[in-house]
Design a protein around this ligand. Structure first.
Ligand SMILES: [Mn+2]
Length: 320
C-alpha cells in the first residue's frame, strides 16, 4: 500500500461494500473518489474532499441509511458499492483526468451509475467524457449546480484543463453539447460577457441566482426539469459544485461566492431531480476541507447531497 496517498481514502461511503473497479458488475451505483485539486485556480485542498465527504457521517458504517421523510432506504433498493479513490500522481492533471475517465467508463460499462466524490471541478470533464464513452456522445443531459459557469475558454496561461473550463471542454468535444446543459445558481463576477455570449450561442440553459430569487426555486427547477425532458436525453448527470451554496453554509471550498442557495434548498433540489429524471451519473466537487468551518459543515453537506441523490433515485425505482 506504499503508493496510496495519505489524503486518499480507506473507509467506504456509509460503510457499503468495498469492491475493486473490475468487480462492479451487479451493482446499481458505484461511488468513486477523485482526490484531484491541481486544477484549482485559487485555494486548493479538494484533494482531501473524498476522504472528508465519506467521514462526515455520525451513523454506523453499516451500509444502511433509511430516509426519514420517505421511509425509503436507498441502500436496500439498490446495490451500492464504493471502489475507493482513483490512484493518480499529483500534478499530472491531464493524465489523472484520463485515468478517471477510464474508471467512470468502466463503472458505466458494468451497468452501474458512477457517483464521483471530488476533487476540484476539472474532474467533471473526465466524468462526462468517461460516461459518453459508454453511453455515447450527445445522449445525456448535464445539470450543473455552481456559482460559476466553468465555461472558460482556457485555464490560467492558456492551459486547456482546470476547474474553470470543464463544461467548455465537454461542449467542444461533443460529449455533452451545449443544448444538453442546465446550469443553476450562477452569480458573481465571472465569466466575462464574451464567454456568456459563447454559452448563449451554444444554447446552454442558465438559471442565475438572481432569477431564482425573483421567481422562486421551485419555478426554476420546474423549468430545469422541463428543459431536460424536452431534449429527449436518456438521463442526466448531476454535477454539484458545493460553492452553489452560500459560503455561510459551505465555507470549505476553493472559490467562495457569497449569495448562494441554502443547504436545504440544494438537498431538496437534487433529490427532486433524481426522482423526476433518470440519473446516469453524478459528482460532488470543490469540497476543500482545509477551508471548512467548525464542525466540517461543508463536508457534512456534501455527504448529504450524495444521500439525497441516492434517495431520489430509489424513490424513482419504487415509484413514489
Ligand atoms: Mn465549478
Amino acid at each position: 500500500m506504499s503508493d496510496v496517498w495519505r489524503f486518499a481514502q480507506f473507509n467506504t461511503f456509509a460503510g457499503v461494500d468495498s469492491v475493486e473497479l473490475q468487480a462492479v458488475d451487479g451493482a446499481d451505483v458505484a461511488i468513486i473518489g477523485a482526490p484531484i485539486d491541481w486544477g484549482a485556480s485559487y485555494r486548493a485542498g479538494a484533494r482531501f474532499g473524498p476522504k472528508a465527504i465519506r467521514e462526515a457521517d455520525y451513523l454506523s458504517p453499516n451500509g444502511h441509511r433509511p430516509h426519514l421523510p420517505t421511509g425509503i432506504d436507498p441502500f436496500e433498493e439498490m446495490r451500492i458499492v464504493d471502489v475507493g479513490d482513483v490512484r493518480i500522481a499529483p500534478g499530472y492533471l491531464e493524465e489523472g483526468l484520463e485515468v478517471l475517465a477510464q474508471s467512470v467508463a468502466a463503472i458505466a460499462e458494468a451497468g452501474a451509475v458512477p457517483i464521483v466524490l471530488g476533487g476540484d471541478h476539472s474532474i467533471t470533464f473526465a466524468n462526462g467524457t468517461g460516461l459518453a464513452r459508454t453511453l455515447g456522445d450527445d445522449t445525456f443531459g448535464l445539470v450543473h449546480f455552481d456559482a460559476h459557469a466553468d465555461t472558460g475558454e482556457s485555464a490560467a496561461f492558456g492551459a486547456l484543463h482546470g476547474h474553470g473550463t470543464p463544461m467548455r471542454r465537454l461542449v467542444e468535444s461533443g460529449a455533452v453539447p451545449g443544448h444538453r446543459f442546465v446550469q443553476i445558481g450562477l452569480r458573481g463576477y465571472w465569466p466575462s460577457p464574451d464567454v456568456v455570449e459563447w454559452m448563449r450561442q451554444n444554447s446552454m440553459k442558465t438559471f442565475m441566482m438572481s432569477e431564482i430569487v425573483d421567481r422562486g426555486l421551485d419555478a426554476v427547477v420546474d423549468d430545469a426539469v422541463a428543459a431536460c425532458t424536452a431534449t429527449d436525453a436518456e438521463g442526466i448527470f448531476i454535477s454539484v459544485d458545493i460553492d452553489v451554496v452560500d459560503p455561510g453554509m459551505a465555507p470549505g471550498t476553493g472559490t467562495p461566492e457569497p449569495g448562494g442557495l441554502l443547504s436545504r434548498e440544494l438537498l431538496d433540489t437534487v433529490r427532486r431531480l433524481a426522482r423526476e429524471l433518470p440519473v446516469v451519473g453524478a459528482d460532488v466537487v470543490e469540497v476543500s476541507p482545509p477551508y471548512d468551518g467548525p464542525g466540517a459543515v461543508t463536508a457534512f453537506l456534501a455527504n448529504r447531497v450524495v444521500l439525497e441523490i441516492l434517495n431520489g433515485m430509489a424513490e424513482r425505482r419504487v415509484g413514489c
